[in-house]
Design a protein around this ligand. Structure first.
Ligand SMILES: Cc1cc2nc3c(=O)[nH]c(=O)nc-3n(C[C@H](O)[C@H](O)[C@H](O)COP(=O)(O)OP(=O)(O)OC[C@H]3O[C@@H](n4cnc5c(N)ncnc54)[C@H](O)[C@@H]3O)c2cc1C
Length: 338
């Protein structure tokens, strides 16, 4: 990719303050790891999204679409190409009767809160998942017997060439932690969600109960991407990991959570390489003990750091500055969560 050329073209479409060069992905993921993206953009209108996709398609530029980055593990070498973030730059929520019209950058927690205020039920299970509506549509995110598929009426997507298409619930092909978005390359821009009229107190009680269950079982005080592995058929990943003797296992600055063995956490300022090494160790140990192959639920993307760089003086400086950014981001986030 000709970075300067693409940057100049993007400047013709987007506000300058929504274009970032060499942007550290650790600032944009809940794992708080990941090297720089060549360019990161945050379009604010449907028209801007269409123009950006058309440009990237015409110029043959690789891209990654992300929401809140709560299911991403970006490698330390970062992302070549353009990252398109859909978060608070595109997060309008509007309800009419029992239907919601929601842009995909809206956080599930915010949609849940608004649905509760409208006395609408059917969204409670999702409101504690720390992602955007877009991430939930892509992953068919689910919890406590609910899944995204249950509340989706239709989804407005943009294809790689910048054309808008409407997909029905069936056309979304929702499955276990997947939908057509992952395989087709469509990007979800907004969705119509179908809820039911309910009772405010009952909705609130359910949301409070689910939040307490999450807080008591999950290591929410540490950066992570939630459950690291998919549920293998007939087993629970956390139980297999615990029975393999890996509960609380520490590898460099990453750890298997002592609170929930299904979570690999960034316990002490780890980089992506350390987290991935630990994931590989967990997979190998579980396979050796039980013959079960664990598969990552978290999406590992990006490039490995260049080997020769890690010994050079320049790069040790870069690492120190990256560490400072990571410490700042983690301490700001911890402060926010208090
Ligand atoms: C503490 C914690 C608890 C969690 N609990 C749960 C849980 O209970 N259940 C569960 O299912 N998950 C859980 N997760 C994982 C994660 O929150 C979900 O997978 C969530 O749906 C990801 O949303 P996101 O916006 O962060 O997506 P991202 O992580 O940014 O992206 C995930 C995938 O979605 C794609 N994507 C994002 N937005 C769009 C879009 N607009 N159009 C097309 N593709 C898009 C990305 O390309 C990527 O492939 C948890 C994570 C954490 C950190």
């Amino acid at each position: 990719m000709d970075k300067e050329k693409i940057y100049n073209e993007l400047k013709k479409i987007l506000d300058n303050d929504e274009i970032f060069i060499d942007e550290h992905m650790l600032k944009h993921t809940t794992f708080k790891v990941g090297g720089p993206a060549d360019i990161l953009v945050r379009p604010r209108t449907e028209e801007e999204f269409c123009k950006v996709f058309k440009l990237l398609n015409d110029e043959d530029v690789p891209y990654l679409v992300k929401g809140n980055g709560s299911n991403l593990l970006i490698k330390d070498g970062g992302i070549r190409g353009v990252v398109i973030e859909i978060a608070d730059n595109f997060d309008e929520i509007r309800f009419e009767g029992d239907r919601g019209y929601v842009q995909t950058g809206a956080l599930l927690s915010e949609i849940g809160q608004r649905a509760m205020e409208e006395k609408l039920t059917g969204f409670e299970f999702a409101s504690g998942i720390p992602g955007t509506l877009g991430g939930a549509l892509a992953m068919n995110a689910g919890a406590y017997d609910g899944e995204t598929k249950n509340f989706v009426h239709s989804v407005r997507v943009v294809d790689r060439e910048g054309n808008i298409i409407e997909l029905s619930n069936e056309e979304m092909e929702f499955g276990y932690r997947k939908s057509t978005l992952i395989k087709s390359g469509y990007t979800a821009l907004s969705a119509t969600i179908q809820l039911s009229h309910g009772n405010y107190d009952e909705i609130k009680e359910k949301m409070d109960d689910l939040r307490h269950r999450r807080e008591s079982k999950q290591p929410l005080e540490y950066p992570s991407a939630g459950s690291t592995f998919k549920r293998p058929e007939g087993y629970f990943a956390g139980k297999l990991i615990q029975d393999s003797g890996l509960k609380g296992y520490i590898h460099k600055r990453a750890r298997v959570s002592p609170k929930h063995s299904g979570f690999v956490i960034n316990s002490d300022g780890a980089n992506a390489t350390e987290v991935i090494e630990l994931i590989e160790h967990v997979k190998a140990t579980v396979f050796e003990k039980f013959g079960v192959r664990l598969e990552e639920e978290v999406k590992i993307l990006g490039e490995d750091p260049k080997l020769e760089d890690s010994t050079s003086e320049k790069d040790s400086e870069a690492e120190t500055s990256e560490k400072a950014i990571q410490e700042k981001v983690i301490s700001e986030e911890t402060g926010k969560n208090k």
